[in-house]
Every structure is written in structure tokens, then in C-alpha cells.
Ligand binder design. Structure first.
Ligand code: HEM
Length: 227
């Protein structure tokens, strides 16, 4: 099943939908960077995430799904190129599908480059270099030394070029999600149903609102603003 064209599309849709779910959780966590409390909420959240067995297991799943999504996209693009439809109707479908796969390929690659820059800048530093520490007050009194994840992000977003890279990366994420949602819904058989218009609108809104909220973080931190 997973080797057939439909199976591969299904795999792309399901891994993509999981990654979308991750994005929502990631956004909610990261918005704490804007709490205006010198990073206390964010550091508490980050410390909890990196010490929870459940979260660490989900994280491994997350990386596996990113890898599968990328590998299946390459596999699908290569086999699609080898099996283009022919004839008049085929030509229209061919133009549409060529546009989709070419642009999704380019955008997907941009998102991947952004992700590599992002993981190197934050995830890798926090996981393997632990560049800064701070103390957190404990509810019952006393304090605990934790990695100062807030400081790593604050230093990164004090550079205009780095903020620019994020804005471009997030624009690529938006366009990629906009088309990705449509393809996923079609693969899952939701493309033409009576409620498809609503589902499509939710998809489009998600594709632009979630990256826009992410974009608020580097921009507001650059200007030293908070909620
Ligand atoms: C302004 C926006 C963002 C900020 C401030 C941010 C911040 C962070 C931080 C601090 C980490 C390290 C967490 C840790 O290991 O303790 C991280 C990990 C990660 N980020 Fe982001 N992120 C942003 C946007 C994004 C976007 C748009 C994506 C996807 C396209 C993304 C994907 C990831 C992934 C996959 C990880 C690794 C998570 C894991 O360990 O499972 N991030 N991010």
C-alpha cells in the first residue's frame, strides 16, 4: 500500500497533518517568549519539555515524521515526473500537477533549509551546547538551575538579518501549508464534499494565521516588545 502512488500521497498527508499539529503546540509554547517576564515562563516551559519522557518520545516521532515527509515527497515527485498523463485533458492536468509539484518542491526545500538553520540555532545549541543558565524559583521555596533558553532566542533575535531569515522562512511555510492543506484534503477525499469549502477556508486561514503569529515573536523581540 505504502509503495503505491495513493499510499505515498496518504503518507505525505498524514505526516504533514501531524507536523501541523506540532506547529500549533510549538506556537503556544513559543508565545511565552513574549510574556514580558524576562523569560521566566518560557524557561519554565522549556525546562519541563526537555525533562518530560512523554515529550521526548513525541519529539523523536516528530523528527521521524519530518524525515518521512521529506523522503516521500522526493519519491513521489520522481515517480510523478516519470508518469505524466497525455492527451488534451492530460495536458491541463499535467500543467496543474507540474506547477504543484515544482512549487511544492521549491517551497518544501526552502522550508527544509529554514528548519536546518532553526534547529542549528536553537535546538542543537540548547540540547548539545547549553550556552547559558539561569535560576528559577520553585513553588515551595528555593530555586533550581536551568538552561536559559530565553537568552539564546533573545540574542538570536537581536540581529536584524536573523529576523529577516525567519520572516522569509515563515513566508515559505505559509505558502507551503496553503497548497499542502489543499493536497492533503484531496488525498483524504475531502476535496469535493459539501463541507469541503469550509474545510478549505479553515486550511487557508491556518496556513496564514499560524506563521503570522510565529512571525510576531522575532519581530517583537527585536524591538523589545511584549504582551
Ligand atoms: C519564531 C518562531 C519560532 C521559535 C521562537 C522557535 C523556537 C524553538 C526552540 C527554542 C526550539 C528548541 C526547543 C528545545 O529543544 O528545548 C525549537 C525546536 C524546534 N522547532 Fe521551533 N521555533 C519557531 C518556529 C518554528 C517553525 C515555523 C517550525 C517548523 C516549520 C519549527 C520547528 C521546530 C522543530 C521541528 C523543533 C525540534 C522540536 C523537537 O525537539 O521535537 N519551529 N524551536
Amino acid at each position: 500500500m505504502l509503495r503505491s502512488s495513493l499510499g505515498r500521497k496518504l503518507m505525505m498527508s498524514l505526516t504533514g497533518l501531524f507536523l501541523i499539529l506540532f506547529l500549533v503546540v510549538h506556537l503556544v509554547g513559543n508565545l511565552q517568549l513574549l510574556a514580558g517576564d524576562g523569560g521566566m515562563s518560557f524557561n519554565r516551559y522549556s525546562h519541563f519539555m526537555s525533562n518530560s519522557l512523554l515529550i521526548q518520545t513525541v519529539s523523536k516521532l516528530n523528527f521521524t515524521f519530518i524525515l518521512l515527509h521529506v523522503l516521500y515527497s522526493i519519491w513521489l515527485t520522481r515517480t510523478n515526473a516519470a508518469a505524466r498523463p497525455v492527451g488534451y485533458a492530460g495536458k491541463a492536468a499535467q500543467a496543474q500537477s507540474a506547477w504543484n509539484s515544482r512549487n511544492m518542491g521549491i517551497l518544501g526545500t526552502l522550508v527544509l533549509v529554514f528548519l536546518i538553520v532553526h534547529l542549528k540555532g536553537f535546538w542543537y545549541q540548547l540540547k548539545f551546547e547549553s550556552p547559558a543558565y539561569t535560576t528559577l524559583p520553585l513553588p515551595g521555596g528555593g530555586s533550581e538551575v536551568v538552561v536559559n533558553a530565553y537568552e539564546v532566542v533573545r540574542v538570536a533575535y537581536s540581529e536584524a538579518w536573523y529576523v529577516g531569515v525567519y520572516l522569509l522562512g515563515l513566508l515559505a511555510v505559509s505558502i507551503h501549508l496553503h497548497h499542502g492543506f489543499r493536497s492533503a484534503f484531496q488525498t483524504l477525499g475531502l476535496g469535493y464534499s459539501s463541507y469541503s469549502q469550509t474545510i478549505r477556508s479553515v486550511g487557508v486561514a491556518f496556513a496564514w494565521i499560524v506563521p503570522a503569529l510565529f512571525a510576531l515573536i522575532p519581530v517583537m523581540m527585536y524591538f523589545g516588545l511584549s504582551f
